[in-house]
Write a protein that binds this ligand. Structure first.
Ligand code: FAD
Length: 453
């Protein structure tokens, strides 16, 4: 550790106990779920910060950033550390800025906008919002732990995206305050389109300290599963529900067999050898959905009320990137990709992939609305890993048949597939972090020499 770092930081926060330097704790709080990727697992093993500091308010946050700038110490923001790509793993040591204690929900406005600190857990926000008739528009399957700031910094969408699109769409992120990494850190309000300068930039160009996050009116939801003999049947049924605006849904997921066999805690909803459709549907439409599933050849295997994040069983725990977790638990040689299939050509694309890769790729579809309002088959396929070359070959093949891939096996904002072609995130980095101290190494196109000119 840099000499005097922990002692200096202890003077910047009201309670020195909020500066943590025990190596095992620092290592733990420097990690995320990077090990999902066999490639990142190798690449990031052993990387960690030097010390963790846990500010409780904006003044402490600014004091730490001012110190980092003056002493040229890297600062890496951390929400709950549930990211998948080593997003919050410090590559050059320095300070881990753990924002878990900045977790206040200030208010939910009359028109349904949550105003909060970045460390607020999404599950807490969902529960508080539902008490007064609102709910999250979308959330990752990690909602129990994940923070609002971490979701904006590194996430993309999830449960709810079938109706409300990704985090970057439809003004869901209304505004936020960003703390800059400068001689005298500034608090800069970003509103409307300006949020895209910072959104999904992995904390490389500013630290979010206060967020305005739009909600949607709460719905009484039912969790629903149906098993189908074939993947095609399950896919077509789910797609018909997902694309039809007449169905009020929060989740529309398809798992090709044998993916459902990995879900050991919910064996009762799974049927041997069958693909599974999993939906969250407005309770008022449950009977109609049951009829629809049965007439499509499905067997309804579960139908139960959603009562908030503490519902048991919580079926969203098996969707989005939780599916990969269950797959890896069952077979550690499995990993994943993040894809977008064509809404019209997807069956041809599935066929081509099957022909070339057989069961090396298993289809896991998450329907989601894109920025133009079209519901598309997003996907987090489960993939058998053999070599890096083979995995990269599969990614290249997907792209050659017009399947979009956001590569989850890379550790930079640019390569992850969500970097903005208009370079506004990079420009914001030059503006707000001229010394390149925020989560260094993750925005690869940033050049310290260019910034110094
Ligand atoms: P962290 O992992 O702590 O941070 C994420 C990034 O944001 C890091 O780069 C960090 O530096 C930065 N950051 C954190 N706080 C701030 C801040 N205040 N200001 C600026 N930058 C900040 N993601 C999805 O989008 N959808 C899913 O459905 C989904 N499912 C998942 C399932 C599993 C099992 C796992 C392991 C991950 C999944 N993820 C998913 C990824 C991850 O859970 C989400 O992106 C989550 O929202 C991250 O929140 P966090 O608080 O853990 O962020």
């Amino acid at each position: 550790m840099r000499t005097g770092l922990a002692t200096d930081l202890a003077q910047l926060v009201a309670d020195p106990a909020r500066v943590l330097s025990a190596p095992a704790i620092v290592e733990k709080l420097s990690r995320d779920f990077y090990w999902y990727s066999p490639i990142l697992r190798r690449q990031l093993e052993g990387k960690a910060g030097e010390v963790v500091v846990q500010p409780v308010d904006q003044a402490e946050l600014i004091a730490v950033m001012r110190y980092g700038f003056a002493h040229e110490v890297p600062v890496t923001a951390r929400g709950a550390g549930t990211g998948n790509y080593g997003q919050c793993i410090p590559l050059e040591g320095g300070i881990v800025l753990d924002l878990a204690l900045m977790d206040k929900l200030e208010q939910i406005t009359a028109d349904g906008v949550a105003v909060c600190q970045p460390g607020l857990r999404l599950a807490t926000l969902e529960m508080e919002a539902r008490k007064i008739g609102w709910e999250l528009r979308m959330y990752p399957s990690t909602l129990a732990k994940a923070s609002v700031g971490g979701f904006l910094g590194g996430g993309s969408g999830g449960i709810g995206s079938v109706a409300h699109g990704a985090l970057r769409d439809f003004d869901t992120v209304r505004a936020f305050e960003v703390i800059t990494m400068e001689d005298e850190p500034r608090v800069v309000l970003h509103e409307g389109k300006a949020v895209h300068e910072i959104l999904h930039a992995w904390g490389t160009n500013g630290v979010l300290s206060r967020i305005w996050f739009a909600l949607t009116p709460a719905v009484e939801w039912t969790q629903f599963t149906a098993a189908f003999d074939t993947y095609e049947q399950a896919f077509r049924f789910t797609q018909s529900i997902a694309v039809d605006a007449g169905w009020n849904k929060r989740l529309a997921t398809v798992f090709e067999w044998p993916i459902p066999s990995y879900f050991s805690p919910i064996k009762e909803v799974v049927r041997e050898g069958k693909s599974l459709a999993l939906l969250m549907i407005a309770t008022a439409q449950t009977d109609a959905l049951r009829k629809e599933a049965e007439s499509a050849g499905g067997e309804v295997t579960f139908c139960g009320k959603y009562d908030g994040p503490r519902t048991h069983p919580l079926l969203s725990d098996y969707t989005w990137n939780h599916t990969t977790l269950w797959a890896m638990k069952a077979d550690p040689a499995l990993t994943y990709l993040q894809c977008g299939f064509s809404p019209t050509e997807c069956e041809r694309q599935f066929h081509l992939l099957r022909e070339r890769y057989g069961d090396e790729i298993l289809f896991h579809i998450e329907f989601m609305k894109n920025g133009e309002g079209v519901v598309i088959p997003g996907a987090i396929p489960v993939v058998r890993f053999t070599t890096e070359e083979r995995l990269n070959g599969m990614i290249a093949y997907c792209r050659s048949i017009d399947v979009f891939v956001a590569n989850p096996h890379v550790n930079t904002v640019e390569d992850g597939g969500r970097f903005r072609a208009d370079n506004i995130q990079l420009r914001a980095k030059y503006k707000y972090d001229p010394k390149g101290l925020l989560n260094p190494g993750k925005m690869a196109s940033f050049q310290r020499e260019t910034a110094a000119k």
